[in-house]
Write a protein that binds this ligand. Sequence first.
Ligand SMILES: [Zn+2]
Length: 108
Amino acid sequence: MGMRVDIRKNDEVQVIAGRDKGKVGRVLEVEPRKQVLFVEHVNMIKRHTRPNPSKQIRGGVLEKEGPIHISNVALLCSDCGPTRLQHREKAEGRKVRVCVKCGKVLDK
Ligand SMILES: [Zn+2]
């Protein structure tokens, strides 16, 4: 059983728990099944790669974003900072995500 993933690719989020607490970044990818997401320049992990000249890979240490559990991040509201979401139905029947604190629509 998992919680609903309300955070989407390209959202601006803040890390609220863990090693990178306080960091802000853009969501690169969301994996709802694993309940994780990847945030630009956050939770960087080192990967050692072997040189492979046929693929033009030099080898060495490569840094890339590691997965973060969705419960460890919060969407950023430009007025309130890290916040929780609420869904509201608009007149046309389309659902939008709004900030629970100020009611601002957070969908672009
Ligand atoms: Zn707000």
